[in-house]
Design a protein. Structure first.
Length: 235
């Protein structure tokens, strides 16, 4: 069976990562969390006091950053590792969330992460979510989905995620953070967040995760069947 690439882009807290993980598990595909990669870079920059306005400092820091994903049997999902250390919980903190859009907007950071992501996808059979997967990282992805949702609903979802980690934040502050991130993500010069012309638009405001997963799986299954039919016909 020929495998495909599934690219899921969209705004923060729309359910991209959860949906992508479940779709990957259902298809027995590899899941790559591009957002976690940018969060890991942000964590490194914060911990090492890297000045974002200093291009040389940014380039030097990127040379010392190695990111990979390792499956956690207890959680049943992969954790993010930064230079050999598990940083899955740290990269989800609000201090990282407040800076990740500024860090990921840097051209040098995006080039470094896109190069890593493209290497990961050479064998296909992957599901990746982010903000420029279907437009920049894998413009040839067979299935592209663009997710959005009402900002208040997104903020509530993010608040629940933080509460589960013992971090309490006012909903209004989360909304402001999301608005700021949305603006930076959609207005950056390097690979801005936009819907690819051939991406399927999905508003998740009133959809359950299972409904989101089912939607993407239907698109993927149809494309996989089509791709393999074409292969058989050609042969």
């Amino acid at each position: 069976m020929k495998k495909i690439i599934i690219a899921i882009d969209g705004y923060s807290a729309c359910g991209k990562s959860t949906t992508a993980k479940k779709v990957a598990a259902a298809l027995n595909y590899r899941y790559i969390d591009s957002g976690a990669m940018y969060r890991a870079v942000t964590l490194y920059f914060l911990d090492h006091f890297v000045e974002l306005t200093n291009p040389k400092a940014v380039e030097d820091a990127l040379k010392n950053i190695e990111i990979d994903f390792r499956y956690n049997e207890k959680k049943g999902k992969s954790d993010t590792y930064l230079n050999g250390l598990n940083v899955e919980d740290e990269i989800r903190s609000m201090r990282v969330s407040q800076m990740v859009s500024q860090v990921s907007a840097l051209p040098a950071v995006r080039r470094a992460m896109v190069a890593q992501q493209q290497r990961m996808g050479k064998q296909r059979g992957i599901v990746m979510d982010g903000r420029d997967i279907g437009t920049t990282v894998f413009p040839d992805a067979e299935v592209k989905v663009f997710m959005t949702a009402d900002i208040t609903i997104r903020a509530y979802r993010r608040q629940q995620e933080l509460l589960e980690k013992g971090e309490m934040l006012d909903l209004d502050k989360i909304i402001e953070n999301l608005k700021s991130r949305d603006y930076i993500d959609t207005h950056r010069a390097e690979s801005p967040l936009v819907q690819a012309p051939d991406a399927h638009y999905l508003d998740t405001s009133f959809l359950t995760i299972d409904e989101q997963v089912e939607y993407v799986l239907q698109l993927a299954t149809s494309k996989i069947i089509e791709k393999n039919k074409t292969t058989i016909t050609t042969c």
